[in-house]
Write a protein of this length. Structure first.
Length: 198
């Protein structure tokens, strides 16, 4: 099963992942314009875009544990997942700022006064340098510093999970599941020292 999965992954071009990944964006916009997102289409669109971004970040975070623990090698798709996640985080922010809040002064007031927005904006800010340097030129230019820089992904994903948890009213199971999965995946990336018996 693992060998077949890896064989299919090797044959699948990365551009297919990009193509499939961007398709939900126009679909969500279409649903919002035609009443398919309910009575509050802007809020629903914000939620759909934000949740998809978080799912893509979690998927990217899972790639190394999948390879390390199960032997499934999807490393060639990690950059695509990261850039798609940034794309949807940006759209999530754009819908909130332009369609929901609309006023620039109110946007800054919300960022400063509402903790869940502050956390979300911090996560977005951390993703910007990662998106900008997600190319071969940056990898060559930065050398070993590139890997250190991209470890900010771990913080950004965690902030995304916290942002979702703080956003919902009351204790809801879905954001807690996301945060638990993120914590598990981060823990699985830690290399614990082996215990040697005398």
């Amino acid at each position: 099963m693992v060998e077949k999965t890896n064989a299919y992954a090797r044959k699948l071009p990365t551009w297919v992942v990009y193509l499939i990944g961007v398709l939900p964006a126009p679909w969500f916009v279409y649903l919002g314009a035609t009443g398919g997102l309910g009575f509050e289409p802007i809020k629903a669109l914000e939620h759909e875009l934000g949740e998809l971004a978080l799912q893509l970040l979690v998927a990217g975070l899972a790639i190394t544990p999948l390879r390390r623990h199960l032997g499934i090698n999807l490393i060639k798709f990690r950059r695509a997942l990261g850039l798609l996640a940034f794309f949807y985080v940006f759209l999530h922010l754009l819908v909130w700022a332009v369609l929901d809040v609309q006023l620039l002064s109110q946007i800054w007031a919300d960022i400063l006064k509402r903790p869940y927005i502050t956390v979300g904006m911090l996560g977005f800010a951390l993703l910007i340098p990662l998106a900008v340097t997600s190319n071969n030129w940056s990898v060559r230019r930065l050398g070993p510093k590139w890997r250190k820089l991209h470890k900010l992904t771990y913080v950004a994903v965690l902030l995304g999970g916290v942002h979702y948890l703080m956003l919902v009213k009351g204790w809801q199971i879905e954001p807690m599941i996301y945060l638990a999965v993120i914590a598990t995946l981060l823990t699985m990336r830690v290399k614990f020292p082996s215990i040697r018996h005398a």
